[in-house]
Design a protein around this ligand. Structure first.
Ligand code: GLN
Ligand code: ZN
Length: 764
């Protein structure tokens, strides 16, 4: 049974590629040096896989920025706004153009915006969205896939090049012209794919992996036809090359028949995410195909359960025999950190918890161990069983009191005392806010000094007392500024927080952090998510001291500021031994305790941020309701303990609400603040159509830009808002938190914002 890895992380175990790219962009590293770094990384990765005895080793999984951007250059998909830059270059295949497409270009009298970025299916990785234009032609600009195949070959390593397949490439892109038919685009695109695949064939490649993750999404009959058409065409032009179509992050379901009819030599399925699909796939599996079993989870950081994987392998073996099976990672290992061996600080990650984990390098090892187990090595299986057994009974993982509390949750726990209209009256009586009340989303500028304070505290350069004093000083300044700007509901500024999830993870039981657990988020940006390994519990209050201190500084309401359970879950590595819903409810109870403590401390406005609710949506529409039901329930559990006159806010950014508005309404927050300014209030239309009853703060200015908005443009947006929703329900606030802004622009923008609110008040 051969082993197959779908892709490997590329940023470098010490984030070498990140550092090299950023140095190159800053003009501090030569192109030659950058390319050398890249070659060294590719070589290292290939050698790790080779030494682990992997049979199908990926190539072209490397990228300086993003694999979809690479493909755009391999196929000539360059948005026309880059034409002036393109013309100024001697060679289109230049890093100048490549990085300009990724990051935008403001040089030599040109000002070109970058390509749009969006989340890669349901991951936290962001790809650059291909833009297909009216006169779209395809051509070969870069020959990256063949270059890298040859590079590996010259090192004595025969690889399997990986490319995003043509149909998913088109489906995941943006068609800029309504007239344009995807089938026409495909027709024009296929010759370019054929060109690349033929040159790979000529260079000696035997296998190529074409990723078609869209096969696990809902597809129309027209889209089904695209797959059949594309692969029939490709196959006809490639007598010697074997194609593996790779699917991941879900189940084929109603696309199974289409996938199985493709004239290709192998199909890869994700059995970590969707083990249940194995049975249906095996039923109809054609005798001409190999099946790649994605049993090693490429999305988490946990050791594989060999017994469970073995059961799947045996099931496949019984149906189609061993010869046609491959053992594989479920998806590319891009979404896992590099190497657990780098976690050497036992204060950070205890040996016990570490012994339950596996990063990319370990997962590759697991593939070869599974292979050995299949060949009769029972010791490896026994050791794995023992480790899993130990985890399943460990006292630090399983806390009966926490599980009991979740099990005892009732509908009442998730419901406010009175309906919104009654609460609204009580809140009005208590808070006495003007119409069009003004507020901000929570964070104020995280300046160099604030960041340094945290670093100094960590290094022991300052005492916790000195740290507290400095943070209090920042809070005093922020409160004074807000008072002088005459904002209505104030915030303390979140100066004590490194990150909205990490801050809470560090204080909750059941979370650990790693030293080197970086994963690529986009380009050179990496994140180090917290790891939820066990039942979650809050040992003590997490924010109360800061919020109540801030409240002592003002007679205006001070908003308590928390991160919601779904967002904490979504931005962490989660445990794989219980449903996500259960973990979320545990977090919800911890947040609920904090909400209760804030209220007890006299905080009467409490915001629970849930920016990640939408990104947790499953890939298939049929699964949306089930997810939203528990996500909304978790939010409600976390806030429903308060009195009617305590006002609960929530905040969401990067969202479209159309198709989930009923669930958003079911959250029943007294006030929701959303990002809307860049869409010119368009996002509010969903709320209007739904007759959304609760209060709402549509963001009136974009916080992603240093630009100071004028009062007039904000009143204009507010005028639009009152066309759509009752004026009584409208709040005035920016799109999101202000942590990335500078003080000067923040002050000016908020001054103009308050002026806009006052104009609105004068007009009603
Ligand atoms: N309260 C957070 C802040 O202001 C919200 C951040 C977010 O929505 N991403 O920073
Ligand atoms: Zn936000």
């Amino acid at each position: 049974m051969q082993t197959n890895v779908l892709g490997y992380p590329r940023i470098g175990s010490q984030r070498e590629l990140k550092k090299a790219c950023e140095a190159y962009w800053a003009g501090k590293m030569s192109l030659e040096k950058l390319q050398l770094t890249a070659r060294q990384l590719r070589r290292q990765h290939w050698e790790i896989l080779q030494q682990a005895g992997i049979d199908l080793i990926p190539s072209n999984d490397f990228s300086f920025y993003d694999q979809v951007l690479d493909l755009c250059l391999m196929t000539g998909v360059i948005p026309s706004r880059f034409t002036p830059l393109l013309k100024s270059l001697a060679n289109a295949n230049s890093p100048e153009l490549y990085f300009a497409m990724a990051r935008g270009y403001q040089k030599n009298g040109l000002d070109i915006t970058a390509m749009e970025m969006t989340k890669w299916l349901d991951t936290n990785y962001h790809y650059l969205v291909p833009e297909f234009e009216a006169e779209q032609q395809f051509r070969v600009i870069s020959t990256k896939c063949t270059d890298e195949f040859k590079e590996a070959l010259s090192l004595g390593i025969h690889t399997k090049p990986v490319l995003l397949g043509p149909v998913s490439f088109l489906l995941l892109g943006k068609i800029k012209d309504g007239q344009l038919q995807i089938a026409d685009l495909l027709d024009r695109l296929l010759p370019v794919y054929l060109h690349h695949l033929q040159s790979l064939q000529t260079a000696g490649a035997t296998w190529v992996q074409l990723d078609e993750p869209c096969l696990v999404q809902d597809l129309t009959p027209e889209e089904h036809a695209l797959f059949t058409y594309a692969y029939t065409k490709l196959k006809a032009g490639l007598p010697a090359l074997h194609i593996m179509v790779a699917t991941y992050f879900g189940s084929l379901q109603d696309n199974t028949a289409i996938a199985l009819q493709l004239p290709v030599q192998a199909l890869h399925i994700d059995l970590a995410r969707a083990p249940e699909q194995l049975e249906t796939v095996l039923q109809e599996f054609p005798s001409t195909m190999l099946l790649s079993l994605g049993v090693i989870n490429g999305r988490n950081i946990w050791k594989n359960d060999y017994s469970r994987s073995l059961a799947l392998i045996r099931q496949a073996e019984a149906a189609i025999g061993t010869e046609r099976l491959l053992l594989a990672t479920s998806c590319s290992l891009l979404h896992t950190p590099y190497d657990l061996d780098l976690e050497t600080d036992e204060q950070v990650l205890t040996p016990q918890i570490k012994s339950w984990m596996a990063f990319a390098k370990q997962k590759v090892q697991e593939l070869s161990e599974l292979q050995q187990i299949m060949a009769g090595n029972t010791a490896l299986l026994a050791a794995n069983r023992q480790s899993l057994q130990e985890k399943s009974t460990a006292a630090i993982v399983h806390k009966p009191a926490v599980k009991a509390r979740v099990a005892a949750l009732t509908e009442e726990d998730a419901t406010r005392l009175s309906p919104f209209l009654i609460r609204q009256r009580q809140q009005e009586a208590l808070l006495k806010l003007p119409s069009f009340p003004t507020t901000t989303i929570g964070s104020f500028p995280q300046t160099e000094e604030i960041r340094k304070l945290r670093a100094d505290l960590k290094k022991g350069n300052i005492t916790p007392e000195q740290y507290d004093t400095a943070i209090r000083r920042a809070i005093i300044d922020a409160v004074q500024l807000q008072e002088s700007l005459r904002l209505d509901v104030l915030v303390h500024g979140e100066f004590e927080r490194n990150d909205m999830v990490e801050y809470f993870g560090e204080q909750l039981e059941g979370f650990v952090f790693t030293q080197h657990g970086w994963v690529q988020s986009y380009g050179t940006r990496c994140v180090k998510p917290p790891v939820i390994y066990g039942d979650v519990q809050r040992p003590q209050p997490m924010t109360v001291q800061w919020s109540s201190y801030a409240q002592t500084l003002t007679t205006k309401p001070m908003k308590g500021m928390l991160t919601g359970p779904v967002t904490i879950l979504q931005w962490s590595f989660v445990r794989d031994d219980q449903p996500r819903a259960d973990t979320t409810l545990q977090i919800a109870l911890a947040i609920r305790d904090e909400v209760q403590d804030l209220e007890n401390a006299g905080i009467k406005v409490i915001q629970v941020d849930e920016p990640a609710i939408r990104e947790g949506l499953p890939l298939r529409k049929a699964d949306w309701d089930a997810y939203l039901d528990w996500a909304v329930k978790a939010f409600r559990v976390s806030v429903s303990c308060v009195q009617d006159d305590t006002q609960i806010h929530t905040h969401m950014c990067y969202s479209e609400f159309n198709d989930i508005i009923d669930h958003i309404a079911a959250m029943d927050a007294d006030v929701i603040t959303i990002e809307t300014s860049r869409s010119q209030m368009e996002l509010l239309e969903a709320f209007a159509a739904f007759r959304y009853p609760n209060e709402i703060g549509p963001g009136v200015y974009d916080i992603h830009s240093p630009r100071v908005p004028t009062t007039a443009e904000m009143t204009e947006l507010l005028e639009k808002a009152v066309q759509l929703l009752p004026a009584r329900n409208i709040w005035v606030n920016p799109d999101c938190g202000l942590k990335t802004r500078k003080w000067a622009e923040t002050e000016q923008a908020l001054r103009n914002m308050v002026a806009a609110a006052r104009e609105m008040r004068a007009n009603v």
